[in-house]
Design a protein around this ligand. Structure first.
Ligand SMILES: Cc1cc2nc3c(=O)[nH]c(=O)nc-3n(C[C@H](O)[C@H](O)[C@H](O)COP(=O)(O)OP(=O)(O)OC[C@H]3O[C@@H](n4cnc5c(N)ncnc54)[C@H](O)[C@@H]3O)c2cc1C
Length: 472
């Protein structure tokens, strides 16, 4: 007999209608679908900007789903309890979702699966957040990849299935369960004054993500390889924000890059390579979940990084280290929720090397400020720069922010765009920083620009000395 019991579709970081295997399969089944988002124990731990950005994604998706005649049910509480209660209330027989790979999500999802199964319900997860599931690819010796390049060589010719089309009509249940209201959750509350400024920068939702991809393919992918490192240029895709919240699927982006490559656009292969860095991050976080919390190479546990959140750390967070490029980057993140990839490497190097602070301090701050915050890419990025991670930059590779600025910010356009105290005529973004930063910092664009907290040569020598004196 035909199964007509509803399927609960649990959305987490996958707020899209296309390239969504679970939604596609549910829609094909002909059964009623109850889409749900749960403000659960994992979401509770998110930093301020990701939580705010998640709220934007959910809010948009409520509307987006309604165009299919469906509805997003919102509930708050422990995920397992909420989903079980919802299934009992609606008579749903199954709960489906797209798989996640970071340790917090895995812990939650395992508990959900156990609870549902113990109650005789179906729990099914689908592949959709990455191109290659972490267990589906391996080295020639059968292990997981610890180095990026062999992973790229292993995956670059694997045929990635075409993304599923959008499901535009979803069968609805006879009676909708009640839903909470997203406004009552106030997911942006920790953002204080920052939310309004970020709202003007964020690019929310599936339609906007597709437009962003189209713009990139039309205008920038050809020159991507040669322009991507220039800090003041709009040369990269900025899709990390949408990939992080699943507003566009990875297969959609991969196939678009592949088509551009086949059409002979020069930068396309490099773009595909960057997408595989994202895959590498998920591969690592799944096989070595400790990467999110501990030195991936345990021998670094004895390295004398300081974890004290002191005045120097505060100045790094405020973009007041006295090093123009570092400060511009920190303020770019504060004002836009995004930071240029090269700038991320430079500020991370400055914190962990010149300042000799633990990478966890920076990881946590990024987790609070980035609207493209991604648990896997953030952890890998920090450990890569710090030297404690897999395939990491050697510790003695210390970025010099001045030479980096000469090379990648000629004319100081990037620095002046974000640091009002340096700019002859500060623009809106440089000034916006003072509107959004905590009042308690007491900062003003008229402040004198500070002297460096540590001289570049002095900091470099200190870091190298610590590295040479290490006990491993
Ligand atoms: C210290 C540090 C922290 C980082 N934290 C994050 C984070 O929280 N979230 C995040 O998405 N990325 C993070 N990255 C990676 C990278 O900086 C961003 O993905 C990139 O800047 C996003 O801009 P884009 O979308 O224009 O990238 P593009 O250059 O257009 O690249 C396309 C896509 O490839 C992926 N990608 C590119 N570079 C990397 C990389 N190094 N690692 C993993 N994936 C990559 C992203 O999904 C990106 O959207 C971090 C890097 C460092 C060094």
């Amino acid at each position: 007999m035909e199964n007509s019991k509803p399927i609960i579709l649990w959305f987490r970081r996958d707020f899209r209608l296309s390239d969504h295997p679970a939604l596609f399969e549910a829609s094909k089944s002909g059964r009623p679908i109850i889409p749900v988002f749960v403000y659960d124990e994992v979401v509770e731990t998110f930093g301020a900007a990701p939580k705010w950005r998640l709220g934007q994604a959910v809010d948009y998706f409520v509307d987006h789903l309604s165009q299919t005649g469906s509805k997003l049910i919102l509930r708050r509480g422990n995920a397992a309890e909420v989903l079980l209660a919802l299934a009992r209330q609606t008579g749903a027989q199954d709960v489906w979702w797209i798989r996640a790979y970071d340790p917090d999500a895995i812990l939650r999802d395992s508990s959900v699966k156990k609870t549902l199964k113990a109650s005789g319900l179906g729990a099914r997860s689908f592949h959709g957040h990455v191109l290659f599931e972490p267990w589906a690819i391996s080295t020639n010796q059968g292990g997981y990849f610890k180095v990026y390049s062999p992973m790229w060589r292993a995956v670059k010719d694997i045929e990635v299935p075409a993304p599923e089309p959008a499901s535009d009509v979803l069968r609805v249940p006879e009676v909708w369960p009640d839903s909470e209201n997203i406004k009552d959750w106030d997911l942006g509350i920790e953002m204080n004054r920052g939310a309004q400024v970020l709202a003007s920068k964020a690019c929310v939702g599936e339609t906007a993500a597709f437009e962003r991809l189209d713009d990139f393919l039309k205008d920038r992918i050809g020159e991507y390889k040669i322009r991507r490192d220039y800090l003041a240029e709009h040369a990269t895709s900025h899709l990390s924000e949408n990939l992080a919240w699943g507003e566009i699927g990875p297969r959609t982006v991969w196939h678009a890059g592949l088509r551009a490559h086949q059409e002979g656009l020069r930068g396309a292969e490099h773009f595909l390579k960057e997408l595989v860095w994202r895959e590498f991050a998920y591969h690592l976080v799944y096989h070595t979940p400790r990467i999110t919390r501990d030195n991936w190479r345990p021998e670094w546990d004895s390295f004398p990084w300081s974890e004290v959140d002191d005045e120097a750390v505060l100045r790094w967070k405020q973009g007041r280290t006295g090093v123009g490029l570092v400060d511009a980057a920190m303020r770019e993140m504060y004002v836009t929720g995004h930071m240029h990839n090269r700038a991320r490497m430079i500020v991370a190097s400055y914190l962990t090397k010149h300042m000799m602070k633990h990478w966890r301090i920076g990881q946590k701050w990024f987790e609070d400020c980035l609207i493209d915050w991604d648990p896997a890419a953030n952890a890998m990025g920090w450990q890569w720069v710090a030297g404690s991670g897999p395939d990491a930059a050697p510790y003695f590779r210390i970025f010099n922010p001045e030479t980096q600025a000469q090379k990648f910010d000629p004319g100081e356009r990037y620095i002046q765009r974000f640091v009002a105290e340096i700019a002859p005529e500060p623009g809106p973004e440089a000034l916006a920083f003072f509107d959004v930063c905590p009042r308690i910092w007491g900062l003003s664009p008229n402040d004198r620009y500070p002297k460096p907290i540590v001289g570049l040569a002095e900091g470099r020598l200190r870091a190298l000395a610590a590295y040479q004196a290490r006990s491993f």
